[in-house]
Design a protein around this ligand. Structure first.
Ligand SMILES: NC(=O)c1ccc[n+]([C@@H]2O[C@H](COP(=O)([O-])OP(=O)(O)OC[C@H]3O[C@@H](n4cnc5c(N)ncnc54)[C@H](OP(=O)(O)O)[C@@H]3O)[C@@H](O)[C@H]2O)c1
Length: 245
């Protein structure tokens, strides 16, 4: 029987990450669902995928702020099925940090989850990604280019992730392709409930709706599976929002 390809998706128990997991699993990948604190939801997702196809999904916990934890995650991920073909850096923390009130903890948390984690996880997986001629997809944000008010640290972290995508695409070619997907408004943050703010955002999107998690998952699948001659690119998936920001 042909060996299945393996994808590791970070922050993947729910929302956009879970959609990417389902899409890659549907494409035939064995999936490693990384989570930070959402153990139960991650295991439920793995169980449902394993019911569809036996021994095709597993979960791994890891704190992306800690290098030791990243190293342990990478080791366990490689030993799950003997290697990794695709890494999707999706995990992220996101919240406002005004210049007046931001703390070192906010800095470490936002830069850690959005930039340091993806960098060192990629580093830890270089050997296996190289030997499989694998790929990395970083989930960025349209606000990597155009700042979101009161979110300077998050925007700086995503801008760094965009540059990391291009830098590593150059440095890791021809063995590993590195690309990014920049979502616009896809899912409201779990804490967001201000309808007025939501309407104001919708008003600015030419396609007049927020996106669906499948819009991001399909784009990730395209970059992973159907784009062997694309590296160093960041695809914007935002209903046209960034045209007039
Ligand atoms: N939602 C949108 O509309 C939107 C728009 C633009 C860009 N994006 C980007 O798209 C990606 C997915 O967005 P989302 O809204 O689905 O993400 P999310 O729900 O805000 O976060 C995804 C997961 O990241 C994990 N995470 C955060 N910090 C971590 C850490 N230090 N260590 C380990 N895991 C950590 C959390 O896992 P646990 O729950 O297991 O702790 C969380 O469930 C993110 O990169 C985001 O920046 C999203």
């Amino acid at each position: 029987m042909k060996k299945r390809k393996v994808a590791l998706i970070t922050g993947a128990s729910k929302r956009i990450g879970a959609s990417i997991v389902r899409e890659l699993h549907h494409s035939g990948y064995n999936v490693i669902i990384h989570y930070g604190s959402s153990a139960e939801i991650a295991h439920d997702l793995a169980t449902s995928l394993n019911l569809q196809r036996e021994n095709s999904a597993t979960c791994l916990q890891g704190d992306l702020l800690s290098i030791e934890s990243i190293e342990a995650l990478a080791k366990k991920a490689v030993s799950a099925w003997g290697g990794i073909n695709a890494l999707v850096n999706n995990a992220s923390s996101f919240y406002p940090t005004s210049i007046e009130s931001a703390t070192e903890k906010d800095w470490d948390n936002l830069l850690g989850s959005n930039l340091k984690g993806p960098f060192f996880l990629t580093q830890q997986l270089l050997k296996t990604l190289t030997s499989h001629r694998g790929c990395v997809v970083n989930i960025i944000d349209i606000h990597a280019d155009k700042p979101l008010s009161n979110h300077p640290i998050y925007c700086m972290a995503k801008a760094g992730l965009a540059m990391m995508t291009k830098s590593l695409a150059k440095d890791l070619a021809p063995d590993i392709r590195v690309n990014g997907v920049s979502p616009g408004a896809i899912l409201w943050p779990e804490t967001e409930n201000e309808t007025k703010e939501k309407l104001a955002i919708l008003e600015k999107i030419p396609l007049k709706s927020i996106g669906e998690t499948s819009d991001i998952a399909n784009t990730v699948k395209f970059l992973v599976e159907d784009a062997p001659y694309i590296t160093g690119q960041i695809l914007t998936v935002d209903g046209g929002r960034s045209l007039s920001m």
